[in-house]
Design a protein around this ligand. Structure first.
Ligand code: G3H
Ligand code: 13P
Ligand code: ZN
Length: 324
């Protein structure tokens, strides 16, 4: 069945790689994620946001994730390691409901709360979750951009001096931190970037100095990065070529994610890149095959494109291939 993150994270930290956490909202995304994980022999985290629950229904998503384990076996994987994780849980009630439904991991995101309230809420979730063999991700620091219906204009970087107190008081299994990543496909404004010799925008680097300080305080403790899409410019170009209008879309360079994955960062969240891959595929089909009206003829290629992108992330960025 589904597994929690405990052993998976311990191995990833020790091995210097990161587990992919991909969001899913429908069958095609789930299939692509499992196909990519099986093809690369990687553990994988299927994550469900509040928006996904509203869109697709929690019960359907739960059975789809449980079916994913059987699906991986049918695809030839003898011992799949698949986590069903609640992304950005915002209350004890929501976390409890997901745990009762069979989720194997939850995030309680109290990052926008005052510190003491974040500690208190996270601790309550941990007590309930651990009694059910479910692992918990907490968060310290706030990512710029939209997160959980909360919109922050600037990053509030994680304060290294708070992390020992937070993980000790709450008992969390992993900690999401803020070191310059953010959600969505516009992670930096052009004004925040520099330009290389060819005039291509270069985003400001992640704050590896803060990550290193955090690692010094809690050596070997599993760290999580949200907002880690790289926003592939070929996908953006395809979308715009076929009628899209993405302006100044920019993400985190893969080189920096590779560096993060080699550290105690053991879970890297990616959603926007997958959205771009699917949208590029669907737009291309609509533009080049205007006679098609069978959803399988555009969702199928979108699924294939998603699988390819995620398999590439696993092999070439996160380093979690061949770790089953
Ligand atoms: O945290 C953000 C993820 O990309 C999920 O996005 O809330 O639109 O489902 P969503
Ligand atoms: P991206 O928007 O960068 O893909 O981040 C996804 C995420 O952090 C989900 O929790
Ligand atoms: Zn996130």
């Amino acid at each position: 069945g589904l597994v929690n993150t405990k052993e998976m994270f311990a191995k990833a930290v020790a091995g210097g790689y990161a587990i992919p956490a991909f969001n899913f909202n429908n069958m095609e995304q789930m299939q692509a994620i499992v196909q990519a994980a099986v093809a690369t022999k990687s553990p994988v985290i299927l994550q469900v946001s509040s928006g996904a629950r509203k869109y697709a229904n929690q019960t359907l998503l739960r059975y789809m994730a449980q079916g994913a384990v059987e699906y991986a076996k049918e695809l030839g994987c003898e011992k799949p390691q698949i986590v069903l994780h609640l992304d950005h849980g915002d209350s004890l009630e929501l976390c409890k409901s997901c745990i009762e439904m069979g989720f194997s991991s939850v995030m309680i995101d109290g990052s926008h709360l005052p510190y003491d309230e974040n500690v208190a809420l996270t601790k309550q979730v941990v007590e309930y979750a651990h009694a059910h063999d479910v692992t918990v991700e907490g968060e310290l620091g706030v990512l710029a951009g939209v997160e959980d219906d909360v919109c922050a204009e600037h990053h509030t970087y994680t304060e290294p001096d708070q992390v020992v107190d937070f993980v000790t008081k709450t008992g969390v299994d992993s900690l999401a931190i803020s070191i310059g990543t953010s959600h969505g496909a516009n992670k930096f404004t052009p004004a925040q970037c520099t330009r290389d010799a060819n005039g291509i925008l270069v985003p400001p680097p992640l704050r590896f100095d803060i990550l290193e300080e955090i690692e010094k305080r809690i050596p070997g403790f599993p760290i999580v990065l949200h907002g880690s899409s790289s926003v592939p410019q070929d996908k953006v170009a395809t979308i715009n070529k076929y009628g899209g209008a993405l302006v100044d879309a920019i993400g985190i360079p893969e080189e920096q994610l590779r560096r993060a994955a080699a550290s105690a960062v053991c879970k890297i969240n990616i959603d926007s890149d997958g959205r771009l891959a699917m949208t590029a595929a669907v737009r291309e089909i609509f533009a080049t095959k205007p006679g098609e009206f069978d959803p399988r003829k555009y969702l199928g290629p979108a699924r294939d494109s998603l699988k390819e992108l995620y398999a590439d992330k696993i092999k070439n960025v996160l380093g979690s291939a061949d770790k089953l």
